[in-house]
Design a protein. Structure first.
Length: 294
């Protein structure tokens, strides 16, 4: 369904069993310094609780749910300052943008989209993005899943590398890729993983089949749905702000050869209520097929 509104960027409303659960803005009107890109916000539980945040005061370049990479061949597709080795976060004129090219498919429960990653007048990557929503069973009402697949193809004719502040000299800051900014609450959310990790320090920078972020009235369960995705460490914040990402270049740059494609798939369950480890594990088991290949 096309949910365009007067004086607002064009957007699409996603529905699960007829209920609106997310709005996808595919042609945002954003300043260059935020690295303009399509994003999902608001995303809601089935009861209507918002579980994303966009352009918060602490990080104005955080845009709900989407793809953001701080270093693509030296260009910033994350937004904000760039981490420069030996210099720290620095304001640079190096921002790129992700431009919507067109829909290959668009239905109320999902879409397939093509995007161009452009910086300095040059196309670097061509992305095919597939987003779908579906219900998830966990013994009670109030859970659905956002299935997000990205396929990034290098169109430059030369090898392109993706990096992060960590690969540029800032330990522990290996963020970049799929990223979900959650709303800030008075109490930080609980975070725990399939491997038994509990708390930000125990799960940050580690791969795990699934990872849960649980606030008082909502829970997000993130899962890598392919082997390559599960091998990527999770970037996790709960103290400074609540956010979870799947890191493409945690401690070393990711090289994409000419015409090659890097594919990742993250499935996120969005549940009403604060789930415990047992409930999150039941959901996590439904989100990925370990026999799948991409």
């Amino acid at each position: 369904m096309n949910g365009s509104l007067p004086n607002r960027p064009p957007s699409t409303v996603l529905r699960c069993d007829g209920r609106p659960v997310g709005t996808y803005t595919h042609r945002p009107q954003l300043p260059e310094g935020l690295s303009p890109r399509p994003y999902l916000h608001p995303v809601r539980t089935l009861s209507g609780i918002t579980v994303t945040e966009s352009r918060p005061a602490d990080h104005p370049h955080h845009l709900g749910v989407g793809m953001a990479v701080p270093d693509v061949a030296g260009r910033n597709f994350w937004g904000g300052r760039t981490y420069v080795r030996g210099q720290g976060p620095t304001e640079l004129d190096n921002h790129g943008s992700q431009r919507h090219l067109g829909w290959l498919l668009r239905d109320p429960d999902g879409f397939v989209e093509e995007l161009s990653w452009v910086a300095g007048g040059r196309q670097i990557l061509l992305e095919r993005r597939t987003v779908a929503v579906r219900t998830v069973s966990h013994g009670a009402d109030g859970c659905w899943a956002l299935d997000f697949t990205t396929a990034l193809t290098n169109v430059t004719g030369e090898t392109v590398t993706l990096g992060s502040p960590a690969t540029n000299g800032r330990p522990g800051a290996g963020y970049g890729g799929f990223f979900w900014r959650a709303p800030r609450r008075p109490e930080p959310p609980r975070v725990f993983s399939a491997d038994g990790g509990e708390g930000e320090a125990a799960v940050h920078g580690r791969p795990s089949d699934w990872l849960a972020l649980a606030a008082e009235d909502w829970t997000l369960v993130f899962a890598g749905a392919t082997g390559d995705t599960r091998a990527d460490p999770w970037f996790v914040r709960t103290g400074d702000y609540p956010g979870v990402g799947s890191a493409l270049a945690w401690d070393r740059r990711l090289a994409i050869a000419p015409a090659d494609t890097v594919t990742r798939r993250i499935v996120t369950a969005v549940a009403d209520g604060r789930l415990d480890r047992e409930a999150a594990a039941r959901i996590g088991a439904q989100l990925s097929d370990k026999g799948a290949t991409v």
